[in-house]
Design a protein around this ligand. Structure first.
Ligand code: NAD
Ligand code: UDX
Length: 469
């Protein structure tokens, strides 16, 4: 069995960075080099004050312990490839924006470029591991590219090892994963390569949590897991609409159904809509795959999960407008939270972006506060959401504030878009004193104690609750 001494990870993003930093921490005998074409990102990973390019609880500690010991970050992709005996491909696979499959298929350009680079550079045999989330049978395309371009006496074994970490809990998830999934060809070489990667994970993951399966099952399992998780959220959000219309309470409904051990209690939190770089992209990817296989009904079934999510976001912003006497023109709305979930600075597909765009279209004034998201990121997201609006126009309507209290000053309404823990301890008395009256709170994250806020004087609308304001 080949033994892994040197690992290279292509892609120093939200997955490649934390995943391989944890491998380095847990496997001091393995030299891990994480490479990326983006020099600024690499510089941030190497920054002397550990101002890392992504915010993730516990990550800095891991990098502090391993960086310079057996963990290295570099923009020299070729050297990383050349030296390694195992290479993770952890590049981005966004939804295609143009061409065949635009709007649903995965853009595999980055995976292909990384694969071609491996083929061009490698002069010794490598285990190549798909870490990126890819459509079923991508490993086959990688194998064909690698074999067509390989040098004599160089063989490539391809594995699929999808990543299941969630942002905000990445380090916790990586330290104690529910499972590690490794897919390989069921040939003797494929199984040997699979065992070599299993050995790496066995340094800290119990053996019974390391699942080995066929390549295509592994690729499909990743899409399936994300589709089923997102489906749970769309299901609970669909029920939240019924709750609002009937007076039922979504928290009580979620708790009641979650007690059924077949359903389980996790991931049933109604919200303003799921965001993040994965759910929508991976479901659309599954939809495209189903359509390509002529499975129209299957494609439609999964597509509905995304449709319901869009509906949830629209429904929430409409509720804000309806409640504020059918107009928010010229009214100031404080949006608390811009990240797609708490404990991350990531804003990809964040529901806050859609809400703020809707408020802008109604010509409201918007104050934003988020404890982690960079201001430049907020401006870039809002510009992308309203391409016909020049940035100066956006900046006349939108302000970024440095605290929740500041964002709420002189506002008519507060919208909670991200469930940051600090929003639970806001001094609501002071917020109320500084707001125009009647003062509204719209809780899109089931975060506040509505009764306490009502006692202060607020009018409170909570997702999934149809009670009086
Ligand atoms: P990301 O955009 O944060 O990082 C990808 C990095 O790859 C970028 O820094 C980019 O510069 C680099 N890159 C692209 N092509 C390259 C090349 N040819 N050579 C060197 N570097 C290159 O993306 P991410 O969020 O880390 O996601 C990576 C993959 O993991 C995606 O397929 C995604 O679906 C999957 N995934 C993401 C998450 C998540 O929570 N973000 C979780 C599980 C799986
Ligand atoms: C997800 C998967 O959970 C992870 O396994 C996969 O590797 C990547 O995609 P991530 O997108 O980082 O992870 O975060 P997740 O916790 O799944 O949340 C996704 C979105 O759903 C967030 O906007 C979150 O706020 C929302 N959500 C989550 C809900 O609205 N309700 C819930 O009960 C759970």
């Amino acid at each position: 069995m080949p033994r892994v001494n040197k690992i290279c990870c292509i892609g120093a993003g939200y997955v490649g960075g934390p995943t391989c930093a944890v491998i380095a921490l847990k496997c001091p005998h393995i030299r891990v080099t994480i490479v990326d074409l983006n020099q600024a990102r690499i510089d941030a990973w190497n920054s002397p004050d550990f101002h890392l390019p992504i915010y993730e609880p516990g990550l800095e500690d891991v990098v502090r312990k391993a960086r310079g010991r057996n963990l290295f970050f570099s923009s020299d992709v070729d050297k990383g490839i050349q030296e390694a005996d195992l290479i993770f491909v952890s590049v981005n696979t966004p939804t295609k924006k143009s061409g065949v499959g635009a709007g649903s298929a995965a853009d595999l350009n980055y995976v292909e470029l990384a694969t071609r680079r491996i083929a061009a550079i490698a002069t010794s045999s490598k285990i190549v591991v798909e870490k990126s989330t890819v459509p079923c049978r991508t490993a086959e395309s990688m194998r064909i590219i690698l074999e067509a371009n390989s040098k004599p006496n160089t063989r490539f074994d391809i594995l699929s090892n999808p990543e299941f970490l969630a942002e905000g809990t990445a380090i916790k998830d990586l330290f104690a994963p529910d499972r590690v999934l490794i897919g390989s060809l069921q040939t003797s070489e494929g199984k040997e390569a699979c065992q070599a990667l299993c050995e790496v994970y066995r340094n800290w993951v119990p053996n019974d949590k390391i699942l080995t399966v066929g390549l295509w099952s592994s690729e499909l399992s990743k899409l399936a897991a994300n589709a089923m998780l997102a489906q749970r959220i769309s299901s609970i959000n669909a029920l939240s609409a019924i709750c609002e219309a009937t007076g039922a309470n979504i928290d009580e409904v979620a708790h009641s159904i979650g007690q059924d051990s077949r359903i389980g209690s996790k991931f049933l939190r109604a919200s303003v809509g799921f965001g993040g770089s994965c759910f929508q992209k991976d479901i659309l990817n599954l939809v495209y795959l189903s359509e390509s296989l002529n499975l129209k009904e299957v494609a439609e079934y999964w597509k509905q999960v995304v449709t319901m999510n869009e509906y949830q976001k629209r429904r929430f912003s409409k509720r804000v407008v309806d409640t504020l006497f059918n107009t928010i023109t010229g009214k100031r709305i404080a949006v608390l939270g811009f990240a797609f979930k708490a404990d991350t600075g990531d804003t990809r597909e964040s529901a806050a972006i859609t809400l703020i765009r809707d408020f802008q279209e109604e010509r409201a004034l918007v104050n934003i506060y988020d404890p982690q998201v960079e201001h430049s990121q907020i401006w870039s997201d809002l510009s992308e959401a309203s391409p016909s609006m020049p940035l100066e126009t956006i900046q006349r309507q939108v302000s970024i504030c440095s605290s929740a209290l500041e964002a709420c000053r002189n506002a008519e309404a507060v919208v909670i878009a991200t469930e940051w823990a600090e929003f639970k301890t806001i001094d609501w008395q002071s917020v109320y004193a500084g707001m125009n009256k009647p003062a509204f709170v719209f809780d899109g994250r089931l975060l506040v104690n509505a009764e306490e806020l009502r006692a202060i004087g607020f009018k409170v609308a909570v997702i999934g609750r149809g009670e009086r304001l």
